[in-house]
Design a protein around this ligand. Sequence first.
Ligand code: 2P0
Length: 327
Amino acid sequence: MSVFQGAYRAHTNIALIKYWGKANKDLFIPTTSSLSLTLDALYTDSRVTFSSDFDKDVFYLNGQLRNEVETAKISQFLDLFRAEAAVDLKAKVESVNHVPTAAGLASSSSAFSALAAATRSALNLEGQISDQVLSTYARRGSGSATRSIFGGFVEWQKGTRNENSMAVRVDEANWDIGMVIMAINTAEKRVSSREGMAHTLNTSPFYPEWVKQNMIDLDRIKAAIVKQDFQLMGEIAEANAMRMHATTMAADPSFTYFEPETIKAIQVVQDLRATGVLAYYTIDAGPNVKVLCRASQMDEVVAFFKVYFPHMDFIKTTAGPGIQRLD
Ligand code: 2P0
């Protein structure tokens, strides 16, 4: 009997310059590059065991055996590594999401980067697959997973083909950066990001402008990060998020991820900023608002928000690391 095992942790990331659309659906090549902040408080642990004793792949998430559809996605993902290692063993995948239940955050970024790293380790592929190359594997599970291989600020360079659509480290983000996440609605989203971005790309007349502007935003935010210009970084991130959401509103039929509380939270961030606190919002394919602020001012940000949202759950986090080996 042969048994191979690997276990890794990967942290979730939140994009400051968004990924919103695929140039190649099968390979997950995006229409634009994007840039994110990896977060310390939210992560996935994944353990992969390959054994000649197994006759099919099985997938446990948070201790529960998952259905065939979900397992088939995991199998396809594992096949990329099985091909590279030239092995034909079936696997047991055990993943645990350490995302506070109230977060209501999609965890596909941490899930597929943790799984990619655990599988590389189990099959002893470290010599063939560097961390950067590993990001091209993670990408095939979910686009945002590309960026979770590394910590701090990370760019996903869109590239032109499978081999060069990859993550690149930008900055460790160890300069007083925090994020406060507001759990406005933690229910399953009505339009998945995968469907939402495809529908927007296919029908929104704003989409080509989004692609052009995203390149400008990316160059500007990288310059702001290098200079550690927090205010400029926040302003660009906020504008970029709104530009992404504008494309959805101009889609046909139109849709939005915003809920009434999302708009209210945006206004609270603007009011907070008027008091002199550097705070900027970003919003993904759901109603929850994430506030980019100084780590040293996160308590102040939460206290301000509590006045308007007394029953809301808040998660405070600083920048997180890249993939980490477990055991
Ligand atoms: C991002 N989002 O850059 C953007 C901003 C949501 C809005 O990446 O189809 O789960 O698996 O590649 O990565 C969420 O989409 O989509 C996402 P797939 P994914 O973070």
